[in-house]
Design a binder for this molecule. Structure first.
Ligand SMILES: [Fe+2]
Ligand SMILES: [Fe+2]
Length: 217
């Protein structure tokens, strides 16, 4: 549950953060501004439903800034750590509260497994779950394979099937409740894709009408 409302001063800072991230994310391929907004939406939904106390300013700024490290970085393997440095520079310029800045930048580092440091605070877990929910469902899967290279088999079996594990990794039962319809949608899509994958030909002999024209090759 949210412990309080944003102060007037915080609301002003949030507006500055929105301008900063919107401009940067708007032309991104998979992690576009719509993704940032979805993560804000799910973060606020989870934050309002769980019993643990949640700071609204940390969650909202963290959700807005969580993928700022992806901008201009085609390989996202350091986007949590790089993003935290970018977020820190920006936040220190617009606010004077080192403890709050650290809580937000810590969230940016730990929202992604690529940083190798699991989320610790409630706010970090909330945004991490929100990000996980937006990886589920048709749009989440589509986002996940944009710009991915590899065979269809690899993308379907590895990349898309992996999305299902995101559901199990959610931290709160409230997150799993919110994610449930998207999880089911993902399951249906994976089953259909795998069936279609099994129908793909592996060799010429599988073509039934080949026998009509067959000679030794
Ligand atoms: Fe991320
Ligand atoms: Fe994200």
């Amino acid at each position: 549950m949210f412990t309080r409302k944003l102060t007037k001063k915080e609301a002003g800072i949030v507006r500055l953060v929105i301008d900063f991230v919107k401009n940067k994310h708007i032309r991104q391929t998979g992690h576009d501004y719509a993704h940032v907004l979805e993560v804000c939406r799910w973060s606020l939904e989870i934050g309002s439903r769980i019993v643990e106390p949640v700071d609204p300013f940390v969650v909202l700024c963290g959700a807005l800034l969580h993928d700022i490290g992806r901008i201009g970085a085609p390989d996202g393997s350091f986007h949590g750590l790089d993003g935290a440095a970018r977020a820190r520079e920006f936040l220190e310029a617009v606010m004077d509260n080192p403890e709050m800045v650290s809580r937000i930048t810590g969230l940016v580092v730990r929202h992604t497994p690529t940083s190798g440091i699991p989320p610790r605070s409630i706010e970090e877990k909330v945004v991490c779950d929100a990000d996980g929910i937006d990886r589920l469902g048709l749009m989440g899967m589509f986002r996940g394979i944009m710009n991915r290279k590899g065979s269809m088999e690899f993308i379907i079996k590895d990349r898309i099937r992996n999305r299902l594990q995101d559901y199990d990794k959610l931290h709160f039962k409230e997150s799993r409740e919110l994610a449930e319809p998207y999880y089911r949608e993902t399951l249906r899509i994976v089953e259909r894709l795998e069936k279609s994958l099994d129908r793909r030909l592996l060799n010429l002999e599988q073509i039934e009408s080949l026998k009509l024209i067959r000679r030794e090759f």
